[in-house]
Design a protein around this ligand. Structure first.
Ligand code: NAD
Ligand code: WQD
Length: 335
């Protein structure tokens, strides 16, 4: 039997495919490559010496997805596929609702049709919005502030209803990721955003390559230790391993489960910049700018539930994260 990984060519998906293959599981990837490259497949093979099956299919095309389930023996699904840029979702809400919701509805329908009831879903800490009580626990109410976040909230609600309707069949694990950064230690796979990045680490990486001349730190007047925003950064390989723990969980128990995946520790923007400079021996010029609309001061996870129920603990340090992010870009320089 195989694990179907939707969005398996993307940043988190590709790292999870590596972990699955290395654990001996068989993998089928479905990705329409709208935000990833086919070359990732060769890199996955180089790392693992195993080849996942691949279908270039858009999940919004239900019949094509159905045919994959007809051909392959799929017993569980990890669903990463989706659009994920917050700012873009504000400008193009319909595209986000269309892509993220329709693809998930199609997937659930096709899974039911083929008696496949084990699903791990990529949600996000963005479903918590601007939380006052830190660290954030899973029972914090939803409060989304942009269409991207609302697609995650809506999908979580759909999954809850689906599990409620058929509790003896469905086995669903919702994972709420905090801020994934880093890359595989081989330097073969990592994060490759198109154009000017929105997120902090890809931006720092481009400054380190002199593709952008400086970082703008969005505000140093927050109520945090040094005034800059605090987030819970988690190494993408730790995050990938969290998915294997989630699969293990739903293979043993039916029902629906929700977990934060983070380290439980917050780091400020300045701390990230300083760690990047120290570990990689490279200068990151920066200026302090205005706050970015919609940003919050601090966000970090309470990780007790994932630790107790999944046995998941992130093991990589901030130094590992900044080293691996830099290693990836250095190894893949095109000039
Ligand atoms: P990514 O863009 O690198 O990967 C997503 C993959 O899905 C891409 O390869 C893309 O081509 C594919 N895809 C998108 N729509 C598709 C469709 N309709 N049919 C088939 N393939 C499709 O993103 P990522 O950072 O790896 O994120 C993976 C998941 O985790 C996403 O659902 C994202 O919302 C969620 N998430 C990401 C972060 C983060 O900071 N990276 C944080 C929280 C949650
Ligand atoms: C981190 C910190 C910024 C860029 C976003 C999504 C969230 C999730 C992860 C998907 C903040 C500061 C950033 C820059 C800066 N994705 N910053 N200069 O906003 O925590 O979360 O990605 O689910 O939904 O909202 O991540 O990396 O954009 O920002 O100073 O050029 O870095 O203000 O404090 P964020 P980020």
């Amino acid at each position: 039997m195989s694990v179907l990984v939707t969005g398996g060519c993307g940043f988190i998906g590709s790292h999870t495919v590596v972990e699955l293959l290395e654990e001996g599981q068989d993998v089928v990837i479905v990705d329409n490559l709208c935000n990833s490259k086919i070359e990732v497949l060769g890199k996955i093979e180089e790392i693992t010496k195993r080849k996942p099956k691949f279908y270039q299919v858009d999940l919004c095309q239900k019949e094509e997805l159905n045919q994959i389930f007809q051909k392959e023996k799929i017993d569980s699904v990890i669903h990463f596929a989706g659009l994920k840029a917050v700012g873009e979702s504000v400008r193009e809400p319909l595209r986000y609702y269309q892509n993220n919701l329709i693809s998930t509805l199609n997937l659930l329908e096709v899974m039911e049709k083929h008696d496949c009831f084990q699903l791990v879903f990529s949600s996000s800490a963005t479903v918590y919005g601007d939380v006052k009580k830190l660290p954030i626990k899973e029972d914090t109410p939803f409060s989304t502030t942009n269409p991207y976040g609302t697609t995650k909230r809506m999908i979580e609600e759909i999954l809850t209803d689906v599990a409620y309707a058929n509790p003896e069949k469905w086995r669903i694990c919702i994972l709420r990721y905090f801020n994934p950064i880093g890359a595989h230690s081989s330097g073969l796979i990592g994060e490759d955003p198109h154009g000017i990045p929105n997120n902090l680490m890809p931006y720092i990486v481009k400054v380190s390559q002199k593709e952008l001349d400086h970082l703008t730190i969005y505000g140093n007047d927050y109520n945090t230790e040094d005034g800059t925003g605090v987030r819970d950064y988690i190494h993408v390989v730790d995050l990938a391993q969290g998915h294997l723990k989630a699969l293990e969980k739903i293979r043993k128990s039916n029902g629906i489960f929700i977990y934060n995946l983070g380290t439980g520790k917050g780091h400020s923007v300045l701390e990230i910049v300083q760690a990047f400079e120290r570990v990689n021996q490279v200068k990151i010029p920066y200026v302090i700018g205005a706050r970015r609309p919609g940003d919050i001061a601090s966000c970090y996870a309470d990780v007790t539930k994932a630790q107790e129920e999944l046995g998941f603990v992130a093991s990589k340090t901030l130094d590992d994260m900044v080293r691996d992010s830099y290693h990836y870009v250095q190894k893949n320089k095109t000039h």
